[in-house]
Design a protein around this ligand. Structure first.
Ligand SMILES: [Zn+2]
Length: 513
């Protein structure tokens, strides 16, 4: 029984999440919702799949006709029988042998699983056929938003559905959703509604993030839980914000600002959190309510993995609390300046800093190609990989979180370049999944996918390399922006527009798993 299985998996993850959260500070749980069956479909797919055989409707020339499906004469019901009765999906017409939810049956050589879902057509003029095949007769066409009972969820691309009159049809699964697309069409959003996270200034700092996280958690206690994954060398917390249902069967990790100077990613992920929380009960991605998405996929956001580094890049040595750390950073600059490694002024050296307060480039501190990566021999602004993989509190916390949450995907936000790294030499089905996930993100952001042969020898030992290469988790590194990091605040509106939907899209992708 699929629904049971999903809930069961949720329980396992819930236990893991619960253990994790007990280890950290207290977090509140949410009720687990029902399981999810709807697929997603792109407008391109809808318009590309025109039927050759679309029949009597004369408007098929102007309107994109979407493939629907068919219907079996043998099984058609009396026109009067209401949907509620046919939803019972009896195997025998006298109801003597009811098929239980989740049981399998075969028709036309296709395996179906019994369901009683209410589903809606997501496109105009979906063909309703007499058989689960393009060879099936088109019995009629359904309008967008028309409601059916799905009596059989097909293993392949077809579902078995009944209308309110009890007529039986087969329709292409990708044009059916448990969510009414007409309701989603009413959703609009306005950045002016979001008053917590200020996007007015470039220097969105650690203190402001902490204050905003607290404010968001207080405003949306049912949908956001904030905790600390640990404390850094200079005494800052590595905050984790869990959006949605922590007991959900699905989970993704979104991590930002592993590199100090790329701190616009903090502002972006904080704004994404505020946006999804504000529109939690009213917003939609691709016809699916945000509330459903985040009920089934929890989103673990670490908006500032490297708070000491971000502070160094934003405020220089004045931002650093410990005298010993200040002195050490200064010594790195003096050494690099003396050796010709840097030609920067002291203030620029700090502004373009990428590492943490130990001078370790955290995104070169993971156990994937770490041995081979040479980089810098000593601590400094960038490219020093540390004494061992996971040697730093920040990277160790991220490794631990990943192994506890076991996410379906991870996203790593960096700046800059408006490109997507995802190809670490994966093969087979796993490669296809990684590529498909990245295509989804590319379609939303417009950022270009980089293939390994064209990546210019990107450095290894990063979080995404490790997640994909060692743990087998699809991992996408999203490089926002176009200018040099730290990005100017003037880039934020474009960055926001391109990335607003990314988290919902990725979470929705893993709703069913
Ligand atoms: Zn980076």
């Amino acid at each position: 029984m699929k629904i049971w299985k999903i809930r069961h998996m949720g329980g396992i993850r819930g236990t893991i999440a619960g253990l994790l959260l007990l280890l950290m500070t207290g977090m509140s749980g949410c009720a687990l919702g029902s399981s999810e069956e709807s697929g997603t479909q792109t407008p391109q797919e809808q318009t590309q799949n025109q039927t050759q055989d679309s029949p009597d409707r004369t408007d098929s020339d102007e309107m994109p006709v979407t493939e629907g499906t068919a219907h079996s004469d043998a099984n058609s019901q009396e026109p009067e029988s209401p949907a509620a009765e046919s939803a019972g999906n009896t195997a025998a017409s006298d109801g003597s042998e009811e098929i239980e939810e989740g049981e399998q049956f075969e028709e036309f050589g296709v395996i179906f699983e019994t369901t009683h879902d209410i589903v809606y057509c997501t496109a105009d003029l979906v063909n309703l056929r007499s058989a689960p095949s393009y060879d099936g007769d088109v019995l009629r066409q359904a309008e967008k938003g028309e409601e059916f009972v799905r009596t059989g969820k097909g293993e392949g691309e077809w579902d078995r559905i009944e209308d309110g009159s009890g007529n039986l049809y087969y329709a292409a699964s990708r044009y059916l959703s448990r969510y009414n697309p007409l309701e989603a069409e009413g959703f609009t959003w306005d950045l002016n509604d979001l008053q917590t996270v200020s996007t007015a200034r470039q220097l969105y700092d650690y203190e402001e993030m902490v204050s905003d996280l607290k404010e968001l958690e207080e405003a949306y206690p049912e949908h956001l839980s904030v905790s600390s994954l640990g404390t850094t060398v200079d005494g800052r917390d590595i905050f984790l914000a869990v959006l949605g249902n922590p007991d959900a069967s699905g989970a993704i990790i979104v991590q930002a600002a592993i590199h100090a100077r790329e701190y616009m990613t903090v502002l972006l992920t904080m704004k994404q959190l505020e946006y999804y929380l504000y529109y939690y009960d009213t917003g939609y991605y691709n016809g699916i309510p945000y509330s459903e998405i985040f009920e089934h996929t929890a989103v673990y956001v670490i908006p500032m993995l490297n708070p000491d580094g971000v502070t160094i890049s934003q405020k220089g040595l004045e931002g650093i609390r410990l005298e010993a750390v200040r002195e050490e950073i200064l010594s790195w600059y003096e050494r690099d300046s003396r050796n010709g490694v840097t030609s920067y002024s002291p203030s620029d050296y700090l502004k373009y800093f990428k590492a943490n307060a130990n001078g370790v480039d955290l995104n070169r501190n993971f156990d994937m190609g770490w041995e081979e990566f040479a980089g810098s021999a000593e601590p400094g602004a960038e490219k020093y990989k540390g004494e061992a993989p996971g040697s730093e509190k920040e990277s160790a916390a991220l490794i631990e979180l990943t192994d506890l949450v076991l996410p379906q995907a991870v996203i790593s936000y960096h700046a800059t370049g408006s490109i997507l790294y995802w190809d670490y030499g994966q093969t087979g089905e796993f490669r296809e999944e990684c590529e498909s996930l990245t295509k989804l993100i590319s379609g939303i952001t417009g950022y270009q996918m980089i293939y390994k042969e064209n990546d210019g020898g990107v450095d290894a030992a990063g979080y995404s390399d490790w997640a994909a290469g060692v743990r087998g988790i699809p991992a996408v590194t999203i490089e926002i922006g176009t200018g040099r990091a730290p990005l100017s605040i003037e880039e934020f509106p474009a960055v926001w527009d391109r990335n607003r939907e990314v988290i919902a899209a990725v979470a929705a992708r893993y709703m069913e798993e």
